[in-house]
Design a protein around this ligand. Structure first.
Ligand SMILES: [Zn+2]
Length: 220
């Protein structure tokens, strides 16, 4: 009976730990200031997002405030070059059965996002084509996501750093100073989906400010 119990336990282990854990890197500045959480790799086939987060975690020294970086949220999918080997993790934040292979990872990142120390969250992605507020051609139009900073409403009332549009415009101005040619410049994309979307931004809106940054996607 004991042998059977041990065998059964061993069979259960792979089921409970199917997805690999991500890492959290905390970089504290020399001076006090706000805390920024950067998340990369929620979708494993978007290397712009997870490579940028990895560079921030390993190559930068913080002067003021705190920088928390999760460069490899969907680690299992990153190493498989898949958007999501267990489905789209970005749609697992509202409700998720405990039987989901990524339940432990989603629960852990939720707790990190909701940490009272976190003031603002940047979620890094890659997107297809180039976002443009007006239609130019099939690769540059309002339906595209590449080279955009995305918010879903202009202002989040009652939240620290809830002035999302103002913050995003400042961020875009900083980014575009270093981008050449000009046709690769970033744009602000306000999806106006504050009440309809079901992704990570919608779920955490009541408790934190979140901005999505989306590079132009290139297949890997
Ligand atoms: Zn993505």
């Amino acid at each position: 009976m004991l042998r059977l119990t041990i065998l059964f336990s061993l069979l259960l282990v792979p089921t409970l730990s199917l997805a690999l854990d991500f890492s959290l890197h905390k970089n504290q500045g020399f001076q006090p200031g706000p805390s920024l959480l950067i998340i990369g790799g929620i979708q494993g086939d978007e290397p712009g997002g997870f490579n940028a987060a990895a560079l921030l975690a390993t190559r930068y020294r913080v002067v003021a405030g705190n920088l928390w970086v999760v460069p490899n949220l969907n680690f299992s999918s990153i190493i498989k070059r898949s958007r999501g080997i267990y489905g789209d993790m970005n749609r697992k934040f509202a409700e998720l059965p405990k039987s989901d292979p990524e339940y432990p990872q989603v629960a852990r990142i939720k707790a990190i996002i909701q940490d009272p120390e976190v003031d603002l969250v940047f979620n890094l992605h890659d997107g297809s084509g180039f976002y443009s507020p007006s239609y130019i051609d099939s690769q540059r139009n309002p339906e595209r996501w590449g080279q955009s900073c995305i918010i879903d409403q202009s202002r989040l009332n009652g939240q620290r750093y809830g002035n999302l549009e103002e913050l995003t415009r400042t961020t875009i101005a900083q980014i575009n100073r270093r981008i050449s040619p000009a046709r690769h410049s970033f744009q602000l994309k306000n999806t106006q989906t504050a009440t309809t979307d079901t992704d990570i931004a919608r779920v955490f809106r009541p408790t934190c400010a979140l901005i999505t940054i989306c590079w132009r996607w290139k297949p890997i």
